[in-house]
Design a protein around this ligand. Sequence first.
Ligand code: ATP
Ligand code: MG
Length: 573
Amino acid sequence: MYWTKTLIPTLREPPAEAEILSHKLLLRAGLIRKVAGGVYTFLPLGLRALHKVEQIIREEMDRAGAIEVLMPAIQPPEIWQQSGRYETARDVLFKVKDSGNREWVLSPTAEEVITGTAAAEINSYRQLPKNFYQISVKFRDEIRPRFGLMRAREFIMKDAYSFDVSDEAATASYQKMYDAYARIFERCGLKAFPVEADTGVIGGKFSHEFMVPAETGENEVVFCEGCSYAANIEKATSGIPKTATREVGAAIEKFATPGVVTIEALNKEPYKVPANRQIKTLIYIADSKPVMVLVRGDDQLNETKFMAKTGAVAARPATVEEIVPLLGAHPGSLGAVAATLKSQDISVFADERLRGANDMTTGANEDGFHFRNVSMERDIKVTQWLDLRTVTAGEPCAKCGKPLKIRRAIEVGHVFKLGTKYSEKFNAEYLDESGARKLSVMGCYGIGVTRTLQAVIEQGNDKDGIIWPLSVAPYRVCITPLNVDPNSEAMKLAEKIYAELTARGVDVILDDRDERPGVKFKDADLVGFPIRLAIGEKSLAKGEVEIKPRGGALQSVKADTVVEAVTKLVSKS
Ligand code: ATP
Ligand code: MG
């Protein structure tokens, strides 16, 4: 490709809307342009890089035995009602109406469609296992689209769905995808690592997310350097000790705490109740019903864990207007001591760390008063003990005891063991060897293709621009003749090298713009071509051409060996 024939609108300055480096570089290097918030056009070079990521994914999916299909981007809402996700995924579903006022769902994922297909087309155990994948556009009505391709309204996803005869076979399919994902991200030049993850609204038995460490990532990952433990903070646990039990004290005792509405205030003079002897009482509206959630004063409730463990589909903190009539007091004076509850109907979920604790302090459900000598077992009717707290850095690993660390990361892929949740809903059954009807056991596997592309840039860059791995670079080689007059020696040689490299299957771009060398070099570094060849009068006089790997040292080679040298450099991956 000749530079002037394609479109590479590089920018000196990033548009103000770009917050993170990879987003700025996508725009500055002329790879994408914003059409609207979370909606982008891929310009020629961005599209080339995207196609390369897609090709790597396709090759590894095929190698793992998955088969490619293409499902529609518009889906009938009935199948979403059938799976139950019309409600549970309501927040992210984009819906459109046709001219007959019929509603459609823009595909955010495709469990519903593929399970229907499997139900119709798979009848016998002889047809299993099957793993269907597609690479296609997805739509999500994200609350906060941001960071360019990272969290978009419209994006490209690879999604795959496996169908197996048994749980055991499904685990084998899961493992194949897990291994394929590790290879895909490695081939994209990404340092991605798997972590245990929550299964969220998609449901299912267990799952892993593939994470790329990055300060700008929207996820927090808890990991241990002593063993292999790694988990999303939404799922992570630790070996932190339970609350010291202490003796069961005398009966609970009410004391006045005028104006005290925080854990910190109760910790101060004259009360001096340490946070780890306080019970934090939170009121949530979970699936439209108020519930009480108790964690220790120095702990934070993890909402994702709370929802996962209680099975709540929707949950939010209750408002003051909802709390006061329910408990007779304002937040800061709330507690779950059974004797003070107007209704014994309300569920009380308590964090495991409080189990067995005595000598605790909590609100008295009366503004300006607290109780001391509270015993969890004696005074509070706990409906369910659950692991609800958020792990913090430095806590001991539950597996090996070493201190846990926390880092930010970008989720590029997600694998789920689904079980029969969707097969049940869509009657995805097969006949086994004895002719009995059985439900297929499913798994589903997603990769954010456009997010992965941006993660490559987030991880590979320097002050001058993008540093692409060879595997994903829009072009591997950029030839820069310093004189672009068609009759000049430089241009003639540039065209000869271009033709020879192209013939060898190396993708090359020739910068034929009539620009100053400084401008051309800056652009080549900004776009980040892995290899740059400079053909100038001075070195040509010596019969030489300059080769500069992106981010590496410049070297001069004889003009007649340059094709060989470059071919060697670019076929490393
Ligand atoms: P997130 O927690 O980031 O919203 P998710 O759990 O909703 O992700 P999945 O439903 O598992 O994501 O989708 C599979 C993959 O699609 C994710 O791992 C991610 O890489 C990508 N993805 C999800 N939402 C978006 C989005 N709005 N923009 C770009 N990529 C996305
Ligand atoms: Mg999401």
